[in-house]
Design a protein around this ligand. Structure first.
Ligand SMILES: *[C@@H]1O[C@H](CO)[C@@H](O)[C@H](O)[C@H]1NC(C)=O
Ligand SMILES: *[C@@H]1O[C@H](CO)[C@@H](O)[C@H](O)[C@H]1NC(C)=O
Ligand SMILES: *[C@@H]1O[C@H](CO)[C@@H](O)[C@H](O)[C@H]1NC(C)=O
Ligand SMILES: *[C@@H]1O[C@H](CO)[C@@H](O)[C@H](O)[C@H]1NC(C)=O
Ligand SMILES: *[C@@H]1O[C@H](CO)[C@@H](O)[C@H](O)[C@H]1NC(C)=O
Ligand SMILES: *[C@@H]1O[C@H](CO)[C@@H](O)[C@H](O)[C@H]1NC(C)=O
Ligand SMILES: *[C@@H]1O[C@H](CO)[C@@H](O)[C@H](O)[C@H]1NC(C)=O
Ligand SMILES: *[C@@H]1O[C@H](CO)[C@@H](O)[C@H](O)[C@H]1NC(C)=O
Ligand SMILES: *[C@@H]1O[C@H](CO)[C@@H](O)[C@H](O)[C@H]1NC(C)=O
Length: 442
């Protein structure tokens, strides 16, 4: 029955997704010369609040205050990543995707609404392969001491180690070697991609810096707005180590969103508090109450982050920094809150230490939402005096020897968390077309 089995094979192939993805774990050895800081109390939320208060104090360089010296952090660690390639094969060009603070590798491939916000889907459709990593210290990658190990410099070394493995065909389970690696970052992932290009200019073929500008002056307002709390306390079931036996059974009766809201309404009613279901939704979904119960309904393995790993307090804080009200699906905002990831104290102390300029000469595209708060103060076109046409446009000065092409594209109606806005896909096409016209097609 050769014809029938041939037909079956064709039929199955036709049904398969246009992409093939695998979860990979990449062993890396890194050595990073970086700051040795005094301990910072971080057990409780008032401790983390006090840290931000000291960090933001006007006229003070708190990193300098805490710095005791430098040390070389050396170790073997694990980077967790998702590798995807088009059905037809992996090709020789790969995009290496580095997420920003508050997210993990899933930022690039959001499952929400049948993946129609996914950067990976859009890139695969254009023929690219992608490797989205959990940055060193975050998500399913190795964790480490949140003050003196998980700092920006160590993460840049990890990103460089992964890049070299991609070129050498040394990613476990990935048979291809890639002769072109495009570094695509979001936010802190963009900072690290610039940093890599400054330290190892011949290890990158192009930079796409999303949610980025070189202007660090909005960092204090960002940190204050996040209202950073201890990750393990904020979502104990997911970011902490709490998994009380039988939690699924206990919550089974509330197995859907509306039932949960109604259940909470009933409990409040017992105490004489009468709220409409809309008010109850606000009380749960937009505040830390929602974080407290996040994951009760899922079989996740708790991340067990230690003190010193901090998170935005709740969806209200997340919206301020990442999401432009009116231009994103609130359901996706709730999803982002429930799946958020932390930032370490060491990352905050070192985020501003990237080299000011890079000798990299290849193509550089900056792609930032017009209403971005952390890198533009809410308006990327509000330029003040210098010659750049936008705040992200100032990035050109970081690459004085650029010959491969530079552009700073300002995406309208979009906040910092670009992937979570309605018009994300149209923006992705701007990025992919730009790469194609700068010698970096798939
Ligand atoms: C990768 O890991 C995720 C999360 O554990 C899982 O949902 C998914 O099915 C895995 N994908 C593959 C291709 O194994
Ligand atoms: C703050 O101090 C650190 C450590 O000495 C230094 O690397 C950094 O450049 C300083 N930041 C500013 C804005 O001066
Ligand atoms: C996390 O890493 C483990 C291996 O260390 C792997 O089995 C699992 O699929 C990974 N999960 C995700 C979500 O990446
Ligand atoms: C980049 O340069 C370093 C030395 O500066 C060299 O060891 C390395 O092999 C080069 N990498 C590539 C991809 O050319
Ligand atoms: C969480 O991490 C702490 C410190 O590393 C460890 O003592 C504890 O056993 C871990 N808890 C779980 C559930 O793995
Ligand atoms: C809980 O899980 C059920 C079944 O997977 C799902 O239908 C429901 O939407 C989930 N509820 C919440 C609040 O996540
Ligand atoms: C740019 O090139 C000039 C001339 O080769 C060199 O002196 C300078 O250091 C380079 N700039 C950077 C930031 O690497
Ligand atoms: C995804 O689909 C929804 C519903 O059709 C739409 O509102 C949204 O704009 C789409 N998002 C993207 C990024 O395409
Ligand atoms: C969506 O994004 C594209 C690409 O940047 C842009 O041309 C278009 O104006 C945007 N649409 C809206 C409604 O913001």
């Amino acid at each position: 029955m050769a014809p029938l089995s041939a037909f079956t094979l064709l039929f199955l192939t036709g049904l398969a997704a246009a992409r093939v993805c695998t979860n990979v774990t990449i062993p890396i050895d890194i050595s990073a010369r970086q700051g040795l800081f005094q301990n910072v109390p971080s057990e409780g939320n008032l401790d983390t609040g006090a840290f931000v208060q000291a960090f933001n104090q006007r006229g003070r360089n708190y990193s300098q205050t805490l710095l005791e010296g430098f040390q070389t952090v050396t170790g073997s660690y694990r980077i967790s990543a998702k590798f995807c390639h088009p059905d037809g094969g992996a090709g020789s060009t790969v995009q290496l995707l580095s997420h920003g603070i508050g997210f993990d590798k899933t930022y690039w491939d959001l499952p929400y609404n049948n993946y129609n916000y996914s950067y990976v889907e859009t890139a695969i459709a254009q023929g690219y392969s992608t490797l989205a990593i959990d940055r060193f210290g975050i998500g399913n990658s190795s964790h480490g001491d949140p003050i003196n190990t998980v700092q920006a410099q160590a993460e840049v070394e990890a990103l460089n180690a992964v890049t070299t493995k991609l070129r050498n065909g040394e990613i476990p389970g990935v048979s291809s070697r890639f002769n072109k690696v495009i570094h695509v970052g979001h936010s802190f992932g963009s900072v690290q991609s610039v940093w890599l290009s400054a330290l190892y200019p011949n290890n990158t073929d192009g930079l796409v810096l999303t949610g980025y500008s070189p202007d660090g002056s909005f960092l204090p307002i960002t940190l204050a707005a996040w209202n950073l709390h201890s990750a393990r306390l904020n979502q104990p079931l997911r970011l902490g180590d709490q998994r009380p036996a039988g939690i699924f059974n206990r919550f089974a009766q509330y197995a859907s969103g509306p039932a949960l809201i109604n259940g909470i309404s009933s409990v409040l009613h017992v105490f004489g508090i009468t709220l409409t279901s809309q008010d109850t939704w606000n009380e749960v979904a937009t505040t830390e109450v929602g974080d407290l119960i996040a994951s009760w309904n899922q079989t996740v393995t708790p991340y067990n982050y230690s003190s010193g790993y901090l998170v935005t307090s709740d969806l209200t804080a997340t919206q301020y920094v990442f999401l432009l009200a009116g231009f994103y699906d609130i359901g996706l905002g709730v999803f982002s809150e429930q799946t958020k990831q932390p930032v370490t104290i060491g990352e905050i102390l070192t985020i501003g230490n990237a080299p000011a300029t890079s000798s990299f000469t290849g193509p550089v595209l900056v792609f930032t939402g017009r209403e971005d708060v952390p890198f533009c103060g809410g308006d990327c076109l509000a330029v003040t005096g210098n010659s750049a046409p936008s705040i992200p446009g100032e990035t050109k000065m970081q690459f004085p020897n650029n010959t491969g092409g530079f552009e700073a594209y300002i995406q309208p109606n979009t906040g910092h968390g670009i992937a979570a806005h309605y018009n994300a896909t149209a923006g992705y096409m701007v990025i992919l077309n730009w790469l194609g016209s700068h010698g970096l097609s798939a």
